[in-house]
Design a protein around this ligand. Structure first.
Ligand SMILES: Cc1ncc(COP(=O)(O)O)c(C=O)c1O
Length: 415
């Protein structure tokens, strides 16, 4: 992957771009929200469509010259419809956060009530954290997972909804390793006359492939990011029933955004086409099998997993029992030195802080894209354990770095 045009103009940026490709090639990307898109998606995102203003929607734009923009956006919508089966789909949100913003802006008034999962229990900033606009414009109350099992507490959520009387309940999570029972959350919402937003940012690809239950047709709104498990490049998507279509479209544009990032919409179209191919199902199944193998390996090495395992693409490790002296931040740093890139993460019942949490979150979407199987992921679990058992031992870090390089060489990325 060369950047010859950039190099002609700006060698400093070209060097950094090449450095980034090498970093991705030669280390293990295990941040659960990341993936490696195809070169086709990169090509589409790096196209001349970045020049084009296309405010509006296909067939109804505020600018001329939109015939190709129309064609591409319609392809993205049609393919998303084939993947998810929603009545109405908007592919213009710049990111998952903007997709959520569109739903709030369309359906709520400032001061209305949102019930969502606490950030330290696996929720997302855009679900109501005080540092995010959502926490500042709306009244937010948060639910938690069951402290004993790490699973969602659906009964507790229903009781909390009855007491709080939210206008909207948000489901879908950033660090929840289990399948979500969307109907139970919908029942809690229906019983208090609340709307239900299911944010499938992390599991969009798993839902598209049909290996994870879909909230489409159950929840009133489904939002997602398009660059995580679905591998369609950076962006967001909103899905809803026909009755909300106009409200959502107006909330995306002109409500919250200006001109759509049409080059990213082209990336979505290409990535969605790839996700419609039969091998995407294999990819999604392998991603989950790999996360299970990784989790088993970590447990065999003495680690505790929140909820004791996983149903999806990530594991959440609580270090407090096995490594009480090591924070998630310490672990993240030592692992990065060894070529394993993941993030320190809060865990349910967090006793440290969001800046120095007690856990690590590890995902398999990117490893699976480059060809890792269960044996590889078991090996990765062993390597993670070796580093966290001795985070300050340079010789261990060096040995693991070498083994990481062999795994990378055996599973090459981008040619
Ligand atoms: C559940 C959830 N929603 C929304 C987002 C935000 O996505 P984006 O970074 O595309 O704004 C994330 C990001 O990881 C997420 O985990």
């Amino acid at each position: 992957m060369d950047h010859e045009h950039v190099r002609d103009v700006d060698p400093a940026v070209a060097d950094a771009l090449e450095g980034e490709v090498d970093r991705q090639r030669n280390s293990l990307q295990m941040i659960a929200s990341e993936n490696h898109v195809s070169e086709a998606v990169i090509d589409a995102q790096g196209s001349a469509l970045t020049n084009k203003y296309a405010e509006g929607y296909p067939g109804s734009r505020y600018y001329g010259g939109c015939e190709y923009a129309d064609e591409i956006e319609q392809l993205a919508i049609d393919r998303a419809q084939d993947l998810f089966g929603a009545e109405h789909i908007n592919v213009q949100p710049h990111s998952g956060t903007q997709a959520n913003q569109a739903v709030y802006f369309a359906m709520l008034e400032p001061g209305d009530k949102i019930l969502s999962l606490d950030l330290t229990h696996g929720g997302h900033l855009s679900h109501g954290h005080p540092a995010n606009f959502v926490g500042q414009f709306y009244e937010v109350e948060q639910y938690e997972v069951d402290p004993d099992t790490g699973y969602l507490d659906y009964e507790g959520l229903a009781e909390q909804a009855e007491a709080f009387e939210p206008d909207i309940i948000v489901s879908g999570y950033s660090a929840y390793p289990r399948e979500v029972e969307w109907e139970r959350i919908q029942e809690a919402a229906d019983s208090v006359g609340a709307l239900h937003l299911a944010d499938i940012a992390h599991i969009t690809g798993l839902v598209a492939a049909g290996v994870h239950d879909s909230p489409v047709g159950t929840a009133d709104f489904v939002t997602g990011s398009t660059h995580k498990t679905i591998r369609a490049g950076r962006g967001g998507i909103v899905m809803c029933g026909e009755e909300y279509a106009d409200d959502i479209d107006s909330a995306v544009f002109p409500g919250g955004q200006g001109g759509p990032l049409m080059h990213n919409v082209a990336g979505k179209a290409v990535g969605f086409k790839e996700a419609l191919e039969p091998d995407f199902l294999e990819y999604a199944e392998q991603t989950i099998a790999n996360a299970k193998a990784l989790g088993e390996s970590l447990v065999d090495n003495g680690f505790s997993l929140v909820s004791d395992g996983t149903d999806n693409h990530l594991v959440l490790v609580d270090l407090r029992e096995s490594h009480p002296e090591t924070s998630g931040g310490d672990a993240e740093e030592a692992l990065e030195d060894a070529g394993i890139v993941l993030n320190g993460n809060t865990v349910p019942g967090e006793t440290r802080s969001a800046f120095d949490p007690s856990g690590i979150r590890a995902g398999t979407p990117a490893l699976t894209t480059r060809g890792f199987d269960e044996d590889d992921c078991r090996k990765v679990g062993d390597l993670i354990a070796r580093v966290i058992d001795a985070p300050e031992d340079e010789s261990v870090i060096d040995e693991v770095r070498e083994e990481v390089q062999s795994l990378c060489d055996a599973n090459p990325l981008y040619g």
